[in-house]
Design a protein around this ligand. Structure first.
Ligand code: PLP
Length: 474
């Protein structure tokens, strides 16, 4: 399978595109042709466990990895040691026509573990094949950094440098990152906010000489390896829902998915599953108050915000100012035409806006995409209602998904809401919603009490350069 840039040009195969998510012309890596699934493929996969299904699905894209190797990597990534059970992604009925798809059983209790655990395996595999080393540099406001560190700690040939804003993450998020003591994990707490961290990363990674000299790479949400691993659970969830049907009714049986969204990575994988032929009726995009994406899907106008215009909300992992994966959807919308896509993004650079209002109808009719915005009050009410109805406590991000999903439930179409984090991670909001404190379990207590290791640093590019030069693998 070959990969191309959304703005034109070839990017090689899966393993080439893996560490270079961004093409030199600024476009994003996409498959040259979407693989197609038919009903027979889905039936053949029905009896597979999660790791074997992942091997089949990711194998459609990663044709440059031998099947035996890919199977080994998927089994290492997806199993009871990391995800609590061999089921990996459990489904839970929460009533009112909605079912939760449990994506947060991994080590950091958020959905990013699913893609990152695979990425950690495949990166180590690719590096051992080429003999290279990789120094992953990133900035995090919480979930991405911890999922990346838990996927990469203790591995050979790869080190990770993760910048986080000092005193701006929850105690739980700090503990998840700073309690890792492996030599290849470097937590750096910057005196500043998340955007200061991200700006430092951008300045260093735009210095091509520095990047080359230190083998710097990224594992951010545009990484196609992550996107491919996320397609798996859409198919898994469809298979588990249709298991309950008589065989004659399974083919073409439609379900809808609701997805709490920020960078448009998770729901993009659903869009790809639908293009591949999975019977998805609607893809319901849920935004929080930072609703650049809901705005886009309702009006066709995409207007990214600046850092000052981005609010700090109680579903913080959805607090984004621009949705970095949207370009991949627009590429499909514009008939996979790289020139038109490049022209739209050129327009975005010029005027900070893209106007696709003339295409807006097609979002829903052709791609099944609908959207909505959920607020802090909605989250609290939904956490409470869901608990009262089903006894299940959901986290604030999942609550955004349930809030918007409810408006789109149809008779006889199961609504599958992606559960993107566990409530323990956001205890303050749960306490506010339910009126009772969430008592940390023994595991959480132990995590919070574990010794922490972190390097504090001012917002200073020279100091960061010196630190990386001194600690990078070469
Ligand atoms: C990252 C994240 C999201 C947003 O996912 P995108 O792929 O950026 O759209 C939603 N919820 C949680 C808990 C997350 O960590």
């Amino acid at each position: 399978m070959h990969f191309i840039s959304t703005r034109g040009g070839s990017l090689g195969q899966f393993c080439d595109a893996l560490l270079e998510g961004l093409a030199p012309n600024g476009g994003l890596a996409v498959p040259e042709q979407m693989p197609h699934l038919d009903a027979a493929d889905l039936e053949r996969w029905r009896s597979l466990g999660y790791a074997d299904l992942a091997t089949e699905v990711i194998g459609l894209f990663a044709t440059d990895i031998a099947r035996d190797d890919l199977s080994r990597l998927c089994h290492a990534a997806y199993g009871a040691p990391t995800f609590g059970s061999d089921e990996v992604v459990p489904l839970t009925d929460i009533g009112d026509g909605m079912t939760l798809v449990g994506l947060s059983e991994g080590p950091t209790l958020a959905f990013k573990d699913i893609a990152m655990q695979f990425l950690g395996e495949v990166i180590e595999h690719v590096l051992s094949r080429t003999g290279d080393v990789l120094n992953v540099l990133g900035a995090t406001s919480g979930d991405t950094g911890s999922a990346a560190e838990h996927a990469l700690h203790g591995r050979d040939r790869v080190a990770i440098f993760m910048l986080s804003p000092q005193d701006r993450m929850s105690a739980f998020q700090r503990a998840q990152m700073y309690s890792l003591h492996d030599d290849n994990v470097h937590n750096i707490a910057i005196e500043g906010v998340f955007d200061d961290c991200q700006n430092l990363v951008k300045r260093l990674t735009s210095d091509i000489d520095f990047k080359r000299a230190h083998n710097i790479g990224a594992v951010n949400s545009i990484n196609f390896g992550r996107i491919s691993a996320q397609i798996v659970y859409y198919i898994w969830a469809w298979l588990r829902v249709t298991d309950a049907l008589p065989a004659a009714e399974r083919t073409g049986f439609e379900v809808s998915f609701a997805v709490p969204s920020g960078n448009f990575g998770n729901i993009l994988s659903g869009h790809y599953a639908r293009l591949m032929g999975l019977p998805i009726r609607k893809l319901v995009l849920a935004s929080n108050e930072n609703n650049v994406l809901d705005d886009f899907f309702r009006t066709g106008h995409y207007r990214p915000r600046d850092a000052a215009g981005t609010l700090a909300t109680s579903s913080p992992s959805m607090d984004v100012s621009r949705a970095s994966n949207l370009e991949r959807f627009v590429f499909d919308l514009l008939g996979r035409d790289p020139e038109r896509t490049a022209a739209e993004w050129h327009q975005l650079d010029e005027s900070n806006e893209i106007d696709l209002a003339d295409q807006q109808q097609r979002f829903r009719t052709e791609f099944g995409l609908v959207s909505g915005t959920s607020t802090h009050a909605d989250r609290l009410a939904t956490i409470r209602e869901t608990f009262e109805r089903s006894g299940v406590t959901i986290d604030p991000h999942t609550a955004d998904g349930v809030t918007i999903a409810r408006d789109h439930v149809e008779n006889d179409v199961p609504m599958l809401v992606l559960e993107t984090a566990k409530p323990e991670k956001f205890a303050d909001t749960i306490t506010e919603a339910l009126g009772t404190a969430v008592e940390p379990d023994a595991e959480t207590r132990a995590l919070l009490d574990a010794p922490q290791r972190v390097t504090a640093m001012p917002d200073d590019e020279q100091q960061l350069r010196a630190f990386i030069s001194a600690h990078a693998l070469h």
